[in-house]
Design a protein around this ligand. Sequence first.
Ligand code: SF4
Length: 341
Amino acid sequence: MSEAAEIGGILLKWYDANARALPWRAPPRANWRADPYHVWLSEIMLQQTTVAAVKPYFEAFISRWPTVAALAAAADEDVMAAWAGLGYYARARNLLTCARVVAESGFPGDEAGLLALPGIGPYTAAAIAAIAYGAPAVVVDGNIERVMARLFDERTALPAVKPALRARAAALTPKLRAGDHAQALMDLGATICIPRAPRCGGCPLQATCAAFKAGSAAALPKRLPKKPKPTRQGIAYFARRTDGYVLLETRPPKGLLGGMLGLVGSDWSEGAAKFDPPFAADWQRHPEEIRHVFTHFHLRLTLYMAKVKAANPRAGCFQPAPAPNDLPSIMRKAYEAGCGE
Ligand code: SF4
């Protein structure tokens, strides 16, 4: 038996007994396919986020919009509000655009067709093709890269080693049960072959793992040192009327937090921020900066606050106080800081 067939067989046997029960999954079984809508929605939600964080959002979306056609017919602002808190809001906008294309023509069953849809990259296309359609697509995300680097003791640092890791994953991908194979690798990476301290003692692949034999597992995959993140600055205005209405604006559809609700304020850039108040008032500066960490930068927001009876703002409009989940994390922090003063 080839090494690939041996590893694949062990993995599927382990998966049949140990698969995580996830709300978007079909149970592990030959010829039992998951719903492409569920796979697609969960994979988009899972980008840059944990399974634990995604579960309640996935369940809320599926109960409110049980089919891709129902999601396609939803109002943009309802979907953006339901997404609030999951982060990376461009994904929610792409989700809707994609749902509207798919509602017309259905999900394509092949990787190339899936890849052509808005917001679907190579990983997601491969995952949907394998998990929902059983295609022998090569599914490679960060977890699977880590497992490959260790199984084959690949010591070149990321990102240069990526093509080699992909080739390793391709060589292991079976023609049958490719979806279960991919999910088995995902589960192994999430529960056993975890970052920093892999649980090799409970790993079904220990006997065939080159890094385990070499004692290098915890140090793999190697990474080049990260560049420090830049710090951007911004100004935001928290204004509350005596009737409890709050000044808010819907951000432009493109760009960071596009289409989300937020406080009125400046762009965020590395120089000093400038943005004139939205109306004349006795604006008080919050004693502390509001800080937030995005993937590519740190943000320091200077918050100005005012209470007024009435005002005609040049930006945004007064609205009833939002529910915490209606605001993305940074805006929620700024809003709560304003409310607390
Ligand atoms: Fe990962 Fe350890 Fe299993 Fe190798 S033996 S695949 S390093 S958990």
